[in-house]
Design a protein around this ligand. Structure first.
Ligand code: PLP
Length: 399
């Protein structure tokens, strides 16, 4: 039996989403841009999916652009908005702990004449809205801050940051890819102009995402070609995947509203963190309370996170060291470094992200397996001394 604890990396496709998709992979295979019957039938599915996603975000259907996933949504948000506003100014504000889909796109713009300010975070991975306000200048055209971090689960004060951006008349992008399965998203309460979500993080299919683009927000497309998605994203739409995303998102939003399910998950998370941090040399990363209900992350002295993940896998427990995208890279996580955790300690990171199918028994088995795994790895590498208490637990450093 395996215990899957890597839901921040991806989630299984839920049955309801699969069933909603199947007709669009079989009988309703038309091109939604065609005006004949087959095309109109596919268009109907796409329109309904768009309406549903819009409703869940507090948006209008015309404000939703379907993309190939969270990465494309982030890339399009950053470059699309920045280039469209580039005559007014070429300065972007983001944070040091964003997903690489945001950071790399900002770096690309940096090579094309934009200035990028990376706001730091405190030891819990929290962004200070005042630091964002201080970073905005008269040339700033875009601020991008994630709603919740994918490695440590810290939830950011996006509504506060949104109101600062609105007052300064700067477009505000929120990467809500990790937050969408758990937090109610209201683009108006957040005062966000652009918001990214991804299907496979919320029990929908892979390769589909959505981008909310507030009406009136200028954006140049990344993909050129046909006039699909109101000329904001060329290419024949993936109708079945859009239907799957909309179905899964609606069910996730329903579950997030159910306090019983949310508190079940946070109860499991807290039990997991409590059990892990009694193991000597294991320290929580991320905020104690302002964190996603499913996210438990730690750093463990004297071990390599990758070795522990491999050891857990042998016991049927699937976890990760940080974000899936950085797994396999020798670089320590940029998120943990930005939180002031030193590079040596950051190598011992473990991320456990719970999901709908996890139980209390999974938590107990996992704590036990981590304890055994850590003891074995430490015994095999006695030369590595446990480091001192993590800086992130005490100080509030930033990048
Ligand atoms: C916060 C965040 N943004 C963006 C992405 C990219 O999403 P996708 O895998 O759909 O491209 C991820 C995926 O890990 C993420 O966690």
């Amino acid at each position: 039996m395996s215990i899957y604890l890597d839901h921040a990396s991806t989630t299984p496709l839920r049955r309801e989403a699969l069933e909603a998709m199947l007709p669009y992979l079989s009988e309703h295979w038309g091109n939604p841009s065609s005006i004949h019957h087959s095309g109109r039938r596919a268009r109907q599915g796409l329109d309904e999916a768009r309406e549903s996603v819009a409703m869940l975000l507090g948006a209008k259907p015309r404000e939703i652009v379907f993309t190939s996933g969270g990465t494309e949504s982030d890339n399009l948000a950053i470059s699309g908005v920045a280039w469209a506003a580039s005559a007014r100014g070429r300065h972007i504000v983001t944070t040091a702990i964003e997903h690489k889909a945001v950071l790399q796109e900002c770096a690309l713009l940096g090579r094309h004449g934009f200035d990028v300010t990376y706001v730091g975070v405190d030891g819990d991975g929290l962004v200070d809205p005042e630091a964002v306000a201080a970073a905005i200048n008269e040339r700033t055209v875009l601020v991008s801050v994630m709603a919740a971090n994918n490695e440590v689960g810290t939830v950011q004060p996006v509504a506060e940051i949104g109101s600062i951006c609105r007052a300064r008349r700067v477009a505000f992008h929120v990467d809500a890819v990790q937050a969408a399965p758990f937090l109610p998203i209201d683009v108006n309460a957040w005062q966000a102009d652009v918001v990214s979500i991804s299907g496979h993080k919320l029990y929908g299919p892979k390769g589909i995402g959505a981008l909310f683009v507030r009406q009136g927000t200028a954006m140049v497309p990344l993909l050129q070609g046909g006039a699909q998605e109101r000329q904001r994203r060329a290419g024949t739409e993936n109708v079945a995947a859009a239907v799957g995303l909309a179905t899964a998102f609606a069910l996730a939003a329903d579950e997030a509203m159910l306090t019983a399910e949310s508190s079940r998950l946070s109860g499991l998370r807290d039990a997991l963190l409590a059990g892990l941090t009694v193991i000597p040399g294991v320290h929580r990363t991320g905020h104690a309370t302002q964190r996603l209900p499913n996210s438990a992350s730690v750093v463990i002295d004297g071990i390599e996170g990758g070795d522990l993940v491999a050891a857990l896998d042998l016991e049927g427990i699937e976890a990760s060291t940080g974000s899936a995208c950085t797994t396999g890279s020798v670089e320590p996580s940029h998120v943990l470094l930005a939180m002031g955790i030193d590079a040596e300690r950051a190598r011992g990171s473990l991320r456990l992200t719970l999901g709908r199918e996890n139980t209390e028994a999974d938590v107990v088995a996992t704590i036990d397996a981590v304890e055994r795994g850590v003891a074995r790895l430490r015994a095999a590498a006695p030369a590595r001394e446990p480091a001192e208490a993590p800086a992130a637990m005490s100080a509030a450093p930033s990048v």
